[in-house]
Design a protein around this ligand. Sequence first.
Ligand code: ATP
Ligand code: MG
Length: 675
Amino acid sequence: EPAYSIDYAALLNEAQLQAVMHEGGPALVIAGAGTGKTRTLIYRVARLIEAGADPSKILLLTFTRRAAREMLDRASSVLDERCRKVRGGTFHFYCSQLLHQYHEHIGFPQNFTIIDTADAQDILQMLRAEFRFDKLKTRFPKKSTLQNIISAAINKQLSLYEVVERGYDQFLNHIERIEELASAYRQYKEQHRVMDFDDLLVRTVELLQNEEVLQLVRGRHQYVLVDEYQDTNAIQAELVRLFTPASGKVMVVGDDAQSIYRFRGADHKNIMRFPELFEGSTRITLEENYRSTGNILRVANKVLEQARDKFEKKLFTKREDGELPALVKTADTREQSRFVVQMIMNLREQELSLGDMAVLFRNGRDSFDLEIELNRRKIPFIKYGGQKFSEAAHIKDVLAHLRVIVNPDDALAWNRILTLIEGIGPKTAADLLNWLATAGNPYELAASGLVSEKFKAGLLGLSQLLIDLKKNELSPAEALAQIHAYYKPVCEKKFDDHPKRLKDLEAFEAIAVNYRDYPQLLEELALDPIEATAVDTLAGREDETPLVLSTIHSAKGLEWAHVFLIQCLDGVIPSGFSVDEPEELDEELRLLYVAVTRAQDMLYISYPILQHSNFGDVFTKPSRFLAEMGESLLEPWLLVDESELPQTQLPEASAAAPDTPLQLGDGTQAEVTEE
Ligand code: ATP
Ligand code: MG
């Protein structure tokens, strides 16, 4: 027995301790939200290192790289800096590293670039036009649908035919064309040395079919740990199996009730298949929730009760009951934003910091109105989910210049930077690209003989920039500064809101200081995109921890003292797309369960009663999932000035929880501090 410096038994309950000390082979820790699964992994990392494991031989797979970083930070603070040597990251990130390292075994060149979903769709759009599938008599799937179909086939391990038959049967008459296109898409990616997100996983599975590579990779791991296992799909489960060393030392933790990535092929029953994949596995369950008050857990349990596919257990806690979670009805979205901001300011005046609170919502767009109000009141916030910084057009423009340096075959990036030049349209760009493919020195584009006076100067400018970027061994930040100077006039012409975009580019240069070289910058941004509004915060105000706004999907695994769940409407959660499909409805329930279980002390669920539209005001419908929650579970707070509402009867739906007497006021002074 090694002598431990940490008193594990005092810091963990019995089941957690069993997991942390587990010595045998494969182990599955399955437990509800807030029961300490992540904490258990953190202490297991510390304990393994204390017991002599080589930190660089521990592989910790998490859903985001941010999560891995935070876990290793915490492990270092309970043990020491050795914990930072643990290999932590996402499946995609780790796969990308393996592909770079062992590429020659599958005959793939090292300097591939990673394309995002929008890039993938652009390629499909181009191929669709090339095959003239846009000129057919009956409708052919559009680029986003094509991308969904192809990706679903890979992630759910189905044939294209099966995917189309199950989800897109109106396109069944085109199945052969879809297959043709999918295969052209595959060829295109190989030819131009680009990989989409799915390729990273699929290609790694392929790579590991090579026995020699498999042994090398397994030799890198003494221990494999996976958090949020409920959101892995079949390919990722296979990767875990391939990564696991012969000793079978793999531990995965998860909660089937929190599986919310069905659209990526995750299946909440996957976690139950772990014992089939790993013979002789141990199963450990954690039962006690340490995060939330009793009253919050009652709401969470009530959410799960409504699932068609039943879950075994209920959450319980030794914590006090606490406040009743609030069901807040506001006149409209505006009022909802004012309520949230006012409440946040009240809490901040008490002992809480902004970092103790979060606002959650189903879709990225659900917070737009709130963002305006927060800006108006000068409350710093950071938003997770929704469009990412590196997905914005101006950032992609700038990055495309680096992409062609790293991978001169990246035609998509070439097309992007060529068409930025005045006088070059898609047709000319295609000609130039053809010239590149055959005659090939990209840095002498201007001498290609295809140059017309119209864009000669522009092309010379680009050539010069690329020569500089290539030759001068610049740091990523220096390179971005050069591209920025070149791109500034283009940006001013291209975008009306160029001042904001140019500011983004400045912030970007500051961030780029943290990267070693171009490939690393491109790779990390593709795999771990900077969240859109993080940039404002990174560039400026560091004096106060910002308030977190987050989609529910991006809030996974996190916790805050006070949680606001806004826009809790039918058609939002559950989403309009899911209401006809029982399986999808269950997924939406699990999503609501994830949202509710983020709260430690207080939960505020809100929705607007009215929605303004071009056709006049309409009454909203509150989420159907709230219908069964009476006043014993949720305390109704009605923050509506009655005179602002149309003088008609409210529809049945919003009478689900009876109203308290009206509180009059303009909403900004909402009387909500009845603690
Ligand atoms: P989720 O399903 O949301 O990811 P989880 O099961 O990973 O939740 P954790 O985030 O690890 O749960 O733990 C929830 C909270 O409970 C954390 O603040 C954690 O520190 C605390 N906690 C867990 N176990 C204990 C314990 N034995 N003693 C004290 N606090 C604990
Ligand atoms: Mg967790």
